[in-house]
Design a protein around this ligand. Structure first.
Ligand SMILES: [Zn+2]
Ligand SMILES: [Zn+2]
Ligand SMILES: [Zn+2]
Length: 382
């Protein structure tokens, strides 16, 4: 059975419809009134999913408006699922784990000490967003964020393995329908703030090929415009010079001068049109969240900078088989190497501790997100 057929059959059955599989790759449906209304179906209908349709069947696909119809049917339900993994599927030996921590958690201006290494439980929150970028073209995409709620680290590598693990294990029976917030979970406000910061660099990165294509098209159009108006300008200027040389009267010269100015105005207006045409807007809409409570291998860490020390921990998730990754506390990107600030021992990327362009002093962008603490120079692009 195709994924979509199974999804639709299960959803319809849960909504009180009578559903029978029919061949090839279809369903016969008797729908109650609220389902008829949400899915725009008659009481009795047949639908098909494959290249060949059963007799009298209408085609259902994700590319058509069926995703929206299903969303209409479900409303706010199904936004949050919770899954609880009892066992640790892939144990990792302690030595290997410590080696990974030392290899992947690299500090440029500080050191760290590994404290206790233990089996622990962590809640990961997988958030799925729908991203629509529009300029002269439109592009739709999904963005995933996977946050370890115990320390705010990111585990984006967990999204794919987590979803396929759930599919492979038919985990749906094990999913808790419990809305209670588990012990290790973050408060909603904290999630909202963190997500807003994390999504911007992520979406910027994800959209970079689309943005590059748009910039190429815009540069090509600007070049064409420039060449066309340069030719017009050159001809008009030549004509004016010719008239002056031949001693034409000032009225005739003024007409040519005005023509030259009109060409210039038209050029600037067309450049402004192009800038509007290619301006990109991005809309991000939250779709779904999955909270996965699972066993992890945890290393307690003491980050040491001068006389200061900061306690934190890093988890290794057995499903992603990877160590989590702290985002930079200044700009939310994922650095390969961290710097640590003197005041509050923030873990930041090197550019978030770089010298202020005005006074040349180092300033932590997590401690001072808006401007330099020494000379109040505002950070650009923030
Ligand atoms: Zn940074
Ligand atoms: Zn400064
Ligand atoms: Zn700081």
């Amino acid at each position: 059975m195709s994924d979509l057929r199974e999804l639709l059959a299960r959803t319809l059955a849960a909504e009180g419809a009578l559903v029978e599989p029919i061949e090839p790759d279809g369903l016969e449906i008797m729908a109650p009134p609220h389902v008829q209304q949400a899915l725009a179906l008659p009481e009795w209908s047949r639908v098909g999913f494959g290249p060949e349709l059963p007799e009298q069947a209408a085609r259902v696909s994700f590319e058509s408006d069926w995703a929206e119809r299903l969303e209409r049917l479900l409303g706010e339900r199904g936004r949050l699922a919770r899954v609880f993994f009892q066992e640790r599927p892939y144990p990792i030996p302690q030595q290997e784990f410590e080696k990974i921590v030392r290899r992947e958690f690299v500090l440029q201006n500080a050191t760290f000490r590994i404290g206790q290494v233990e089996e622990a439980r962590a809640c990961y929150l997988l958030l799925v967003f729908h991203v629509t970028a529009s300029s002269d073209e439109k592009r739709e995409d999904l963005a995933h964020l996977c946050i370890n709620e115990s320390n705010g680290a990111l585990a984006d590598g967990l999204a794919g393995p987590l979803l396929s693990h759930l599919r492979a294990e038919h985990y749906s029976e094990g999913m808790l329908q419990n809305d209670a917030v588990p012990a290790g979970a973050c408060a909603a406000q904290q999630i909202r703030t963190g997500t807003a910061g994390l999504l911007i660099p992520k979406i910027r990165f994800q959209l970079s090929p689309f943005l590059a294509g748009m910039e190429r098209r815009m540069a090509r159009d600007l070049e064409r415009l420039h060449v066309y108006h340069s030719d017009l300008r050159r001809e008009a200027a030549k004509r004016l010079a010719e008239r002056i040389r031949k001693g034409a009267n000032t009225d005739v010269q003024r007409v040519d001068q005005m023509r030259l100015e009109a060409i210039e105005r038209e050029y600037h207006a067309k450049v402004a049109d192009l800038t509007r045409k290619y301006a990109m807007s991005v809309e991000v809409r939250f779709l779904q969240a999955l909270r996965a409570d699972m066993p992890v291998r945890r290393a307690d860490l003491a980050v040491l900078r001068r006389k200061g020390s900061r306690q934190t921990h890093l988890d290794w998730s057995p499903i992603a088989k990877r160590l989590d990754h702290f985002p930079c506390e200044g700009c939310w990107t994922l650095p390969r190497i961290y710097c640590v600030c003197d005041d509050r021992l923030h873990l930041i990327c090197p550019s978030c501790l770089s010298a202020c362009p005005s006074c040349g002093k180092e300033s932590c962008r997590a401690c001072n997100p808006v401007k330099c603490s020494k000379c109040s120079h505002p950070w650009s692009g923030r």
